[in-house]
Design a protein around this ligand. Structure first.
Ligand SMILES: NC(=O)c1ccc[n+]([C@@H]2O[C@H](COP(=O)([O-])OP(=O)(O)OC[C@H]3O[C@@H](n4cnc5c(N)ncnc54)[C@H](O)[C@@H]3O)[C@@H](O)[C@H]2O)c1
Length: 372
């Protein structure tokens, strides 16, 4: 007879910087962290991430390794009960510079993890991205412009013949799992995530493995070291706090995203971990949803109010390659199947980020504000 199942799995997380987020995760009995060995990242940044995280963890273990190297996986300890694959080169902007790196790192790396999971029959939760959907297809959805943002245009939608309405979109609810993944302009990063996303679905079916694919939109929260290419919400807050220059890249700053705060991501993870045995490559679109949608312009106003500081802002007409003008997540599948809904609103989430910045001002100043 096997050992009685525990409520709290030993969890293996392929990532270190957001480990502090996971520190509070209740169902995790023992967190084994994959502190990466990634030559493409700045050493100083990474080392201090690891050091900081290590200090915060009293029930975790670190193993250094690279998901591109299956031998590193083979050297991990036994007894891992669940894998959360959050590893990736996560920047759309960076992805264009070296496609083979993204495809190898994010695509093949995920397949190495799938092989590891398959050979040991370990369940897996995969951090996919809404960038698996093409920007051209998303940008063609009916929209209207207001003083501060773009919005989906319900009126135009209502007048569209039913056969012309793309599946997986509703102007109130947003983009669901049914939205087409066909077409280009999802970015090289998006391509690499799509490779991994599809591989997770395929392995789940081919090998009867418990796997969940979470297609996240913008994830944010205190503790994230945002910058211009990735983690824009925290970057926007840090720039306001230290009055660093910001730029609206295209669309006059009216481009819109929905923000999911990390506490809600952990709540979701908690629910998925408890039900992991029933999933076989299930895909979920996950984000802050329409209520947590915000444009850059609106984020500027909100952050000026909360911080009582302003950042100098310029704008360019040219948007970034493959950028999306408007996106919010249709969370209804997660609500129906998991009983999950984001709880943290924008005001609360932004306020927590500013509290974190205030508490860590000296360290953040040394990271973000040049001394010359
Ligand atoms: N932050 C978001 O808004 C967002 C949105 C959608 C999806 N995601 C996904 O969530 C995950 C986490 O993203 P993040 O924003 O926290 O980025 P992040 O850069 O903070 O985390 C990615 C981690 O993966 C590690 N990593 C990269 N290559 C590796 C390798 N070869 N071997 C081992 N580790 C490696 C990095 O060092 C880093 O620790 C990623 O998979 C990303 O694609 C993030």
């Amino acid at each position: 007879m096997g050992a009685a199942p525990r409520d709290h799995p030993r969890l293996f997380l392929f990532q270190d910087p957001i480990a502090s987020f996971f520190y509070d995760l209740k169902p995790v009995e023992h967190l084994i962290l994959w502190a990466l060995f990634n030559p493409h990242q700045s050493c100083t940044t990474h080392q201090s991430f690891t050091a900081q995280t290590q200090l915060q963890l009293d029930h975790g273990s670190f193993f250094h390794g690279d998901v591109r190297n299956p031998e590193d996986l083979g050297n991990l300890p036994t007894g891992i009960e669940l894998i959360c694959d959050t590893s990736a080169q996560p920047s759309v902007v960076t992805g264009y510079a070296n496609p083979l790196f993204d495809i190898t790192n994010n695509g093949l790396g995920a397949i190495h993890i799938l092989e590891y999971a398959r050979s040991r029959r370990i369940p897996l939760i995969f951090w996919s991205s809404n960038r698996v959907y093409g920007a051209d297809r998303l940008n063609a959805l009916p929209r209207r412009e207001t003083q501060t943002r773009f919005e989906y245009d319900l009126d135009t939608w209502n007048h569209l013949p039913v056969e012309q309405r793309p599946a997986g979109f509703h102007p109130i609810h947003g983009i669901s799992e049914e939205f087409s993944i066909d077409g280009g302009q999802r970015s090289i990063y998006g391509l690499s995530k799509l490779i991994a996303d599809a591989a997770c679905q395929e392995y789940a079916q081919a090998y009867d493995l418990p796997i969940v694919v979470n297609r996240f939109g913008v994830i944010s929260g205190a503790g994230q070291f945002g910058h211009t290419d990735q983690g824009w919400v925290v970057w926007w807050a840090i720039a306001h706090w230290f009055q660093l220059p910001l730029t609206y890249l295209g669309w006059q700053g009216k481009q819109v995203r929905d923000v999911l705060f990390v506490e809600d991501m952990l709540g979701l993870l908690d629910l998925q971990i408890k039900q992991i045995a029933r999933f076989r490559g299930e895909v979920f679109n996950l984000g802050g949803g329409p209520a947590n949608s915000i444009s850059l312009r609106e984020a500027t106003t909100a952050m000026q109010e909360i911080s009582a500081r302003t950042a100098p802002i310029t704008q360019t007409d040219k948007a970034r390659q493959g950028d999306i003008v408007l996106y919010w997540t249709d969370n209804r599948k997660a609500a129906e199947q998991l009983g999950w809904k984001p709880q943290i609103d924008l005001r609360t989430g932004f306020t927590r980020i500013f509290e974190w910045i205030r508490e860590n001002e000296a360290e953040l100043r040394s990271r973000y504000v040049s001394s010359d």
